[in-house]
Design a protein around this ligand. Structure first.
Ligand code: NAG
Ligand code: NAG
Length: 288
């Protein structure tokens, strides 16, 4: 499963049709590898997931625009709150966002919800690619059912090599086919130390990141950004970036455990300085 669009790490960032590209900056080494493998990937080598059955990842949502299709993933963490990557929402006006819930087909919503505000981390992308986390507040309460549920936040750090489940509507290969059916993939947590060694040249693995890796051919891709990594029934990671796509490098996620205090403070409305990167959309100024 990968993310369709993410491509690289940032790719993940990359996500979407409109916004994405920004993330990629990466290093030449990363880009070179990506180019070298583009043709093979376009032949349809998938990134290794399988179709999720309805209700499998009931916390998974698709972030869409009014005029676009799926561009990012996210998770329901409360009746009126969605968590995702900052790069999925930064720069948009909240009323433009549509949140599709309760489905494994992004173009067949069971329900659609609307944002009245969102909050990105004050230090999003500072340093580059770091603190890539955001919360979307909905203007109505989500109706929970068998296909639509909240996922608990991580209560402890992930152990090295722990199993984790990634889901997303991202591309099934770099530059390759998109998927209408949600993909799921079981991955292994890679310790921060080992992952930092892999990305030592780029220096982009921050203290708030966690990584997964199993093998080449399995991982995130463009369109997976913001989406959930689950372990032990808890939300442990939000797709942030990677080298596109599943070409043998670890994928990086925002660590939900690391950011849980920030999440709780934003949701409770008790931290004004947490909101320094709220959308600032004029209509909703009273909420800040
Ligand atoms: C491209 O992918 C193949 C496997 O599909 C791998 O063996 C090869 O090392 C990759 N090339 C580069 C430059 O990464
Ligand atoms: C939420 O926002 C949407 C889109 O602006 C609007 O159509 C809907 O009526 C709003 N719902 C509530 C409960 O305010």
């Amino acid at each position: 499963m990968h993310l369709r669009q993410i491509i690289s790490l940032f790719l993940l960032y990359v996500v979407s049709t409109t916004s994405a590209k920004r993330l990629i900056k990466p290093s030449e080494r990363l880009l070179a590898r990506q180019n070298a493998n583009a043709s093979a990937q376009q032949e349809g080598r998938v990134v290794g997931g399988t179709n999720a059955d309805p209700g499998f990842a009931s916390y998974q949502i698709s972030i869409q625009g009014q005029y676009n299709g799926h561009w990012c993933g996210g998770s329901i963490i409360d009746k009126q709150w969605i968590i995702t990557a900052a790069h999925c929402i930064d720069g948009y006006n909240p009323p433009y966002l549509r949140i599709i819930t309760g489905t494994v087909e992004w173009d067949q919503p069971r329900a659609i919800y609307y944002a009245d505000e969102f909050y990105t981390h004050c230090n999003y992308d500072n340093p580059e690619f770091a603190n890539d986390i955001g919360l979307i507040h909905l203007n109505d309460s989500i109706v929970f059912d068998q296909y639509t549920q909240a996922i608990p936040l991580a209560s402890k750090p992930l152990e090295d090599n722990a199993e984790a489940i990634l889901t997303g509507w991202g591309d099934m290969a770099f530059g390759g086919p998109e998927t209408k059916i949600l993909q799921k993939l079981t991955l292994r947590h890679m310790s921060h130390k080992r992952c930092a060694e892999v990305y030592a040249d780029e220096g982009i693995l921050d203290v708030g990141h966690i990584c997964t890796f199993t093998k080449e051919g399995e991982g995130t891709c463009n369109g997976d950004s913001g989406g959930p990594l689950i372990s032990g029934g808890e939300l442990v990671g939000l797709v942030n970036w990677g080298q596109p796509c599943a070409v043998g490098y670890p994928d990086a996620y925002a660590s939900v455990y690391f950011y849980r205090d920030w999440i709780r403070r934003v949701m409770s409305g008790t931290c004004k300085t947490c909101h320094c990167e709220a959308s600032n959309y004029p209509t909703f100024g009273s909420k800040k």
